[in-house]
Design a protein around this ligand. Sequence first.
Ligand SMILES: Nc1nc2c(ncn2[C@@H]2O[C@H](COP(=O)(O)OP(=O)(O)OP(=O)(O)O)[C@@H](O)[C@H]2O)c(=O)[nH]1
Ligand SMILES: [Mg+2]
Length: 341
Amino acid sequence: MLNENNNSFQLNNKVRFQPQKHSQAEFIGGIKNKNKTILAKAITLIESKEENDISAANNLLQECFSLNQHSFRIGITGPPGVGKSTFIEQLVLELHHEFSVAVLTIDPTSTISGGSVLGDKTRMEKLNKLDSVFIRPSPVGMMEQGVHQNTCDAITICEAAGFDFVIVETEGIGQTELKLQHLTDLFLLLLSPAGGDDLQGIKRGVMELADLILITKSDNEWEKISERKKTELLSVTKLFPPKISKLELEVMLVSSLKNKGILSVKNKLVEIKKMFEVTNYFTLNREKQLQEQFRLSVQKIWIQELEKKNKNLHTAYDSFKEKRINPRLAAYTFLKNNNLI
Ligand SMILES: Nc1nc2c(ncn2[C@@H]2O[C@H](COP(=O)(O)OP(=O)(O)OP(=O)(O)O)[C@@H](O)[C@H]2O)c(=O)[nH]1
Ligand SMILES: [Mg+2]
């Protein structure tokens, strides 16, 4: 049923988005002007799984990519409820005086309608009103299905728009963050002062990836506990191997509610951004990331195509039912038999 007011139609009781079509030139013009409506629609287009949208999305992404803009990309992660969104809001309130900022965040409550995301309106409300700031919450369900590709493509769109900073918030500690490092220039890990068992709970691998650790909610009765946690963290992290970027892992205390430590974090980020530009790490890292994204795409597309076309692959899968051959040998044999290696 067509709903004339909001340009959407109802299917199986779900409101589904009917995209208003734009030409590629309209999209690019809007993106370059940081037009928030067009930016949101462009991201909706690249997230679409409709057959008709895929080639338009690929063409748009290629043109965005060729604009060759460079945003400073910051990945922000941490356990649920640690204070990521509240921190990002305060940080961006500091950044927006000098810089344009795009924030890509996962909003568990949001749904898409008419090209914009209807989420929990109380989140980051102050940022929505700022001209130089674009916020795009992605519904969590969508991120689970393709956190890597969707986020990667949304970053490409924001970068083409010429935002100085692109901030990506992701939830949880695990697989996702390991991939996020291929997409961002700097990786911030947020931990709360509560829960002394955090250090064991957080995988060492995730802490090793962090460029900056922030202890959130360092206010009121938590202040002293935060200080202790900082000391504890520093004793663990000093054993980590040095980073290619030559950045020394730092631990900083913040309180977003009391606006404490936020300006210091902002200054630190600006300092690192300049350092990466001067040392050329920025460019080298981007090259490495593109190689990695290419490798991941080749792997994904190749295996999808093989599964579609090649029955022998399913014969190999069947052999595991009876544990006749170990997977490594099966892979070599399969690729050799098909002249792929
Ligand atoms: N005391 C104190 N509470 C805070 C601070 N920052 C955030 N909170 C509270 O912590 C709760 C979670 O904050 P969010 O910013 O939504 O945390 P999040 O990590 O984005 O949460 P998810 O996205 O749901 O994982 C809220 O009730 C905030 O008010 C802080 O600096 N101090
Ligand atoms: Mg959040």
